[in-house]
Ligand binder design. Structure first.
Ligand SMILES: [Zn+2]
Length: 117
């Protein structure tokens, strides 16, 4: 009876060990658990990187919109919107370094765009 013995270096502690199967990459359960925990940590770090997607539904109930939100809601380019805001001298409120515009003002401005073309 011959036992399959594979000499490997543990992926966690880099110590040489005898793997019981060709799939063994950890020298012990301790290293397995340690690596598993590290992987979990990496996974949780990825989550906050995902950009929050603004949907039209979210914006319909809002009275004030930021430039970025208005772009999503009215499906226009940011450049056009900014130019129109400037041209029409749109009133704004500044909240936490963000410029917010009244939705009804934005609509009025955008209706003007449609009349021009
Ligand atoms: Zn190890």
């Amino acid at each position: 009876m011959s036992h399959l013995q594979i000499k490997r270096n543990c992926v966690v502690c880099k110590e040489e060990f005898i793997a019981k199967s060709s799939k063994g990459i950890y020298c012990s359960m301790i290293c397995y658990k340690r690596n598993w925990r590290e992987l979990q940590k990496e996974n949780t770090l990825v989550i906050p990187k995902i950009k929050t997607i603004i949907t039209k539904e979210d914006l319909n109930s809002k009275h004030y919109l930021s430039i970025k939100e208005a772009v999503v809601l009215f499906e226009i380019s940011e450049v056009t919107l900014r130019r129109k805001i400037k041209e029409n001298n749109l009133k704004y409120v500044c909240l936490k370094n963000r410029f917010l515009f009244l939705k009804s003002d934005l609509k009025k401005t955008l209706f003007d765009i449609h009349n021009v073309f």
